[in-house]
Ligand binder design. Structure first.
Ligand code: DP6
Length: 324
C-alpha cells in the first residue's frame, strides 16, 4: 500500500480566472499549511474500475458524487500518464474537520498526485520510470508533478511545496523569503458549503468589467509583496494582501450575474483585524479565499498576537490554527 500526504495552502496573491487545463489568468503566491493536511493511500484491487472511499479517521471526508467523479477522473489521468493499468482503491482523510469550510481541493489533489507518483515508482522499472522524464527524487521531480497536479485542480500545484510557492503558468516553484515560518489561524465565519465552487467562480468572473486590468494588478502586487517579504516590511505586506483579497471579492460582486461569499460575520472579523492593526501598529496578514472564512498569518515572533486573536474569536466562532 502506498501512502502520501500533502498540505493545503493559502494564497496571498490569488489565482482567479483561468483557461483550459487550469492555466491561470495571473500568477499567485501561497504559503503551505501542514495543519490542513490530506492523507491518501492507494491499494490494488480486483475490480473493473477504480474506487474511492473515506478513510476511517477522526475527520472523515465527505465527497459529493460530482466530487468523487472529478477525483477519480483525475486519478485515471494520472494513471495514464504513468502507464498504470490495474484498478485501485483510493482512500483519503484530512487532519482537520471536514464540516468547517476549510477543505480545499489543493491538499487532496496534491496528495493524490504524490501518491500516484510513488505508486508508479514502486510498480514501474527504473528504466520505464525514467523514460517518462522522472528521476525518482521527489524534490527533483516536484515541478513536473506540480504541472500534473495543476490539471486536476489549479491551486493544488502549489501544495507540492513545504512553505512558500509561486505559480506563474504551468507549474509552481519554491520561494524563500525573510519570513520563513508563519503561524496560521482560520476564523470560520460560516461552516455551510458554498453555493458557488471556486472552479465555477473562475468562469463566472470573466463577465466582470473589473477583469480588465486584473492581470496587471496581480502582477504588480506579486512583485510588491515579494519585495515586502524580502525586506521584512510586514505592514506593507499586510496592505498588499488586504487589497488583493478585496480585489478578488470585487470580481465576484461585479460579475454578471453577481455572486459573493462575504457574510456579516466575515465583515465583523475583518473589522476586528483592522481595529487591532490600528491599536497596535502591528497585526497579522489577512486574506480570504472564495468563501466566508478569514485566514490570518502571523510572523513566528507574533505568538502573543496570535493568542490575542484566539481570545477575540474563540467564543464567537470555530477557529482552526497551526498552534492550537
Ligand atoms: C480562491 O484551485 O479550487 O482559492 O483549478 O478549478 O480546482 P480549480 O480551482 P481552485 O481555485 C482556488 C482559488 C482560490 C485562490 C487561490 O487558491 O489562489
Amino acid at each position: 500500500m502506498i501512502k502520501e500526504t500533502a498540505p493545503s495552502n493559502i494564497a496571498l496573491i490569488k489565482y482567479m480566472g483561468k483557461e483550459a487545463d487550469n492555466i491561470p489568468s495571473n500568477p499567485s503566491l501561497s504559503y503551505s499549511l501542514p495543519h490542513l493536511l490530506t492523507s491518501v493511500q492507494i491499494s490494488k484491487i480486483e475490480a473493473s474500475e477504480d474506487q474511492w472511499r473515506a478513510l476511517e479517521s477522526e475527520y472523515a471526508i465527505e465527497l459529493s458524487e460530482k466530487g468523487k467523479a472529478r477525483y477519480l477522473k483525475f486519478f485515471k489521468k494520472l494513471k495514464d500518464q504513468f502507464g498504470l493499468k490495474s484498478s485501485y482503491l483510493i482512500e483519503s482523510a484530512n487532519n482537520f474537520p471536514s464540516d468547517a469550510g476549510l477543505a480545499s481541493s489543493a491538499s487532496s489533489f496534491a496528495a493524490l498526485t504524490k501518491a500516484t507518483y510513488s505508486l508508479a515508482k514502486a510498480e514501474l522499472s527504473t528504466a520505464d520510470f525514467q523514460a517518462l522524464g522522472f528521476t525518482g527524487e521527489f524534490v527533483t521531480d516536484r515541478e513536473k508533478l506540480s504541472a500534473l497536479s495543476r490539471t486536476g485542480s489549479g491551486s493544488s500545484c502549489r501544495s507540492l511545496f513545504d512553505k512558500w510557492s509561486e505559480w506563474q503558468t504551468d507549474f509552481a516553484v519554491e520561494e524563500n523569503f525573510a519570513y520563513a515560518n508563519l503561524l496560521h489561524l482560520a476564523i470560520i465565519a460560516e461552516e455551510d458549503k458554498k453555493e458557488v465552487s471556486s472552479s465555477d467562480a473562475h468562469i463566472k468572473v470573466k463577465s466582470s468589467l473589473l477583469m480588465e486590468g486584473r492581470t496587471a494588478r496581480a502582477n504588480k502586487r506579486l512583485a510588491d509583496l515579494k519585495n515586502a517579504l524580502n525586506e521584512k516590511s510586514w505592514e506593507a505586506a499586510f496592505e498588499i494582501c488586504w487589497a488583493e483579497f478585496w480585489d478578488m471579492h470585487a470580481l465576484f460582486e461585479t460579475s454578471e450575474p453577481s455572486f459573493g461569499y462575504m457574510t456579516s460575520d466575515s465583515l465583523m472579523v475583518l473589522n476586528e483585524c483592522r481595529t487591532y492593526w490600528k491599536a497596535n501598529q502591528d497585526g497579522p496578514l489577512v486574506t480570504m479565499d472564495a468563501g466566508p472564512n478569514v485566514h490570518l498569518l502571523f510572523r513566528d515572533d507574533q505568538r502573543s498576537c496570535y493568542e490575542d486573536f484566539v481570545k477575540i474569536f474563540e467564543n464567537k466562532f470555530k477557529i482552526w490554527g497551526s498552534e492550537s
